[in-house]
Design a protein around this ligand. Structure first.
Ligand code: FEC
Length: 315
């Protein structure tokens, strides 16, 4: 037993199945309880099979990020004892399970953080709402980090990756078109004055300024097929336009909206976008994912601690 104050940290992430058999239940959860059609299920299962034979890298990456954050927090702020709990959006342990575990372990104070730097009411806002509701049931005092898209160490980690990847091209940097990407969302978020698109542009500008990249643009990726419009332009259309207008032969994609290797990076970019680029005769490279980069983990520990400080200042 320790007499240091114990702080629960709810680390929230998208979640992924643990086996190909679980893909249907996972997809049904994403679709708010509506099972996918056999074609939709086959399409998703095929995509998982295509990324290194049906493994689910997001699970291991999230596990490692959560452990690294707990280690970092305890090392950096020894006046507290931090205990990290996972809360996944679409797979077990679900967000509610993470909050239940904190309450079961007797924690009274917690901070929640999402492994996604940009705030949208449809993404991070959804995670926070579920965690808040569960925490209220338990009387758990929990505060949340909403976004950290301009944190200097996050920008440094992403800028390092851009600089490093630019060296892979057999062309001067200003001849390489850099495309920053993030997961698209339904266009209706614009009516809600959602900060998501602007935060993504702010991150893009900060990386561009730090790396000296001037030849860049932002593109969306991984849009759903829901029959309603999603934010564009889609990365595949951007590649088509670059080719058609002969803007560049070299393209570097930097997926700033994601922090791990997973389906949306390993399939949507490394297989799908790469195939389009090859067909168009473009040389496409992608920046490395953050995964457990110490700069990313340090960003997380910093924003969690800052949130805890705000709670203490109020007392
Ligand atoms: O590797 C993996 O197993 C999981 C990869 C994965 C990540 C991820 C992140 C985000 N999503 C966001 C929004 C949406 C919206 C819908 C939606 C649907 C899917 C489907 C799969 C999927 N997402 Fe995802 N997302 C990942 C995977 N996502 C699989 C379902 C099939 C498909 O469309 O491909 C549409 C839901 C609906 O039908 O209503 C909206 C956003 C992020 C980034 C922020 C975050 O990580 O939370 C936003 C990783």
């Amino acid at each position: 037993m320790t007499d240091r104050p114990q702080i629960g940290v709810l680390v929230m992430s998208y979640g992924t199945p643990e086996s190909l058999e679980q893909v249907e239940a996972y997809y049904t959860h994403i679709r708010r309880g509506n099972p996918p059609s056999p074609e939709q299920l086959k399409d998703l299962t095929d995509r998982y099979e295509a990324i290194v034979g049906g493994v689910f890298p997001l699970r291991e990456n999230t596990n490692k990020q959560v452990q690294a954050l707990e280690d970092r927090l305890n090392e950096q702020y020894p006046d507290y004892e931090f205990r990290c709990y996972q809360g996944l959006k679409h797979a077990a342990p679900f967000i509610e399970d993470g909050v239940d575990s904190m309450a079961r372990d007797g924690l009274k104070q917690a901070v929640g953080v999402v492994l996604a730097p940009h705030y949208s009411v449809m993404s991070v806002g959804g995670y926070i709402k579920r965690a808040q509701e569960k925490a209220q049931e338990h009387g758990l005092d929990i505060r949340f980090v909403r976004s950290y898209h301009l944190h200097p160490q996050l920008i440094e980690a992403l800028a390092e990756r851009v600089t490093e990847a630019l060296r892979k091209f057999d062309a001067p940097s200003d001849k390489v078109k850099v495309i920053f990407t993030a997961h698209s969302l339904p266009e209706k978020i614009l009516e809600m004055r959602d900060p998501y698109p602007e935060q993504l542009l702010e991150t893009s500008r900060a990386i561009a300024s730090r790396t000296g990249v001037t030849n860049w643009e932002f593109g969306w990726q991984s849009a759903g097929q829901t029959g309603t419009p999603w934010l564009g332009p889609d990365i595949l259309d951007v590649l088509q336009r670059i080719r058609k207008e002969q803007e560049a032969q070299h393209v570097l994609v930097c997926p700033i909206g994601f922090v791990s290797d997973h389906l949306e990076v390993l399939y949507d970019l490394d297989i799908e976008a790469q195939k389009t680029a090859r067909e168009l005769g473009l040389h496409l490279e992608r920046t490395r994912s953050l995964n457990t980069d110490p700069l990313y983990i340090s960003t997380l520990s910093d924003v969690v601690y800052a949130e805890l400080q705000k709670a203490e200042e109020k007392q």
